[in-house]
Structure formats: structure tokens, C-alpha cells
Ligand binder design. Sequence first.
Ligand code: UT7
Length: 328
Amino acid sequence: MAVKKARIIGTGSYLPEKVLTNFDLEKMVETNNEWITARTGIQERRIAADDEMTSDLAVKAAQNALEMAGVTAEEIDLIIVGTITGDFPWPSTACLVQNKLGAVNAAAWDVSAACSGFVYALASAAQYLQNGHSKKALVIGAEILSRIIDWEDRNTCILFGDGAGAVVLEAQEGDHGILSSHLHADGSHWQLLYQPGFGARHPASVSGIEQRLPFLHMAGNEVFKVAVRSLYDVAIEALEANQMTAKDVHLLFPHQANRRILDAVKKRLNLEDGQMYINVDLCGNTSGASIPLALDEANRKGMISEGDVLMFDAFGGGFTWGATLLRW
Ligand code: UT7
């Protein structure tokens, strides 16, 4: 029996309506548009409405992807959501999405790998499609980071945004689909990027709120250095595994963390202008949502053709990092 590949047959995304610009942030914390633009490349980000939940963003992105794929929710047998800002600590956001979509035949779970969440979720789904346990899967990255941001901390609140992206995958014979996935983790750096409360280590308490424990904490400088190295290393690993070089990649979709990180990776990989897709300027860092959001944007602009080699390249809290190489 021919080995099947996991092929993306539809993409979708959703951004909340509310735009938060650098000028809006100038009124909230001691910062300015010049600093944010120079240090991050971010100009604006989207913020979910009070009555919008992560599962709502995920469902809208998923519906767009299903529509493009021409697949019904009932045909989906697997849903994996990469998120660190789910509606609840549990049950999983994937289960809420399954219910809202009416994907009654799908198993559903979340993957917690921070900004690498989509790449981790995609690699997991690909295994099920390749080994015949799944025929059609939905992989989603969805985040409402604005709910775990300390809006008094200028070091972090300027960086993040909300959004969702989704892909529909089908097990297909032939040359098209995911060629390989490469995942890594180094848990020794967990304290450099994390949300201290309110899990089992620091259960909910009034003093915990005073200590800002429910909010994202980050040592930005240290994260920056490891991110550049890891994004480069795993990109090379994926290329070498497929006897390719960076020249073979039509479009690279990096996790949209910070323009300076992306420029450094682009330079190290010797990529031409136009070989790396960047939308961090208008979306900010949307963590697990950033790669599928960017992919859908590029796809709907007609920037991807059948046979193109694409790469997804992610880095995030944990630390986690990973790359996917695929033929469209
Ligand atoms: O998805 C992975 C998640 N994380 C990331 O991608 C983040 C990676 N790190 C970064 O993007 C960068 O480290 C930051 C953008 C967060 C910070 O840029 P930086 O060039 O590393 O700046 P820094 O932390 O070294 O801070 C430089 C100065 C500091 O002032 P002093 O101590 O030199 O007087 C900060 O207090 O900039 C100050 N600063 C700000 N100034 C104006 C920090 N945040 C701001 C701000 N506005 N928003």
C-alpha cells in the first residue's frame, strides 16, 4: 500500500475587529510608536471583543478553511488546537470547537506548546493521517493573548495580539503534502517565558493577583537570542532531511514574533526578499495562531501555487521549537 501524505487542502483565518495601534499604547503605558516600531516592527495588533472567546476565533478560522476545502464538519475525524489561551484550563478548546462546528465524528484535543503550538499540532495530526488513523483533520492555532497580558508591563504588552488560523488536511497518495516535521524542546528554560499562575504550582489567590501571577512573564532579551538560533537550526535540519537548500523554499512562514528576529533568521538562511512571509507589523505576535494566519493570508492573495515548497518555522515558550517542510 502506498504511503500517504498529509496534504493541506484548505486554509482559513480570523482576526478580531478591534485594532490597537502603537499610538493607543502610548496612552496606556510609558512607550512610543518609534520605540515599538524600531524594536519589534509591530504597528498594530487585533484585540478580541469581551464576548469573543478563543473557541469563537478558532471556529471562524475553521469554517473558512472547511469552505475552501469543500469539506463538511461531519467529514472531519480529528481536531487539534494549538493554544495557551483556551476558553478554560479544561475542557480543551478543541472540544468546544468540535461542538460548535458540529464535527460529531472528530476526536479533539489541545496541544500546549506556546508559539510553537501550530507546528506541534500539525506534526501530531500528520502522524494520524500518514498511518491511516485519520482521513481528514482540522488543525487550528487560536489565541486571545490580550487576556493574559499585564497591560501595565510595557516590556510585554506591546508585543502580542489575538487571532486564529486553521488548515484542513487530507491523507493523500502522491508527492504533495507534508514532507517532514522536526520538533524540539528544552524545558530548562521554562522560566524565561511563562504564565506563573494560576495552575497547580500557584493556585488562585488574592496575593497571587497582587504579584501579577496570572499574567505572561518574559525575559525578552534571552528569549530573543535563543529564538534566532533555534529557528535557524531547525530550518536547516528540515532542509537537510529533504536534501534541499533554502533556495528550494518558495515561501517560509516563520512564527511572527518580532521583525528583528525574522530579519536575523532571513539573513542567516540567506533568503531572498520575498522568500519569507511577514505580517507581524499588522498582527503582532499571536503565538500559536501566527503561522496559520500568515499562511491563509498568503494563500488568499494567490501567492502559493501547486508544487511550491513551503516551510513553517516556530519557536516558543517551554522552550519549544520546530519546522515543517511541505510541498503544496
Ligand atoms: O514568540 C516568542 C515570544 N517572545 C519574543 O519573541 C520576544 C523576544 N524578545 C524581543 O522581542 C525583545 O527582547 C523585546 C522587543 C521584548 C525588547 O527589545 P530589546 O531590544 O531586547 O530591549 P531590552 O529589553 O533590552 O530593553 C531596552 C530598553 C530598556 O530600558 P533600559 O533598561 O535600557 O533603560 C527597557 O526598559 O527599552 C526599555 N523598554 C521600553 N521602552 C519603551 C522596554 N519596553 C519598552 C517599551 N517602550 N514598550
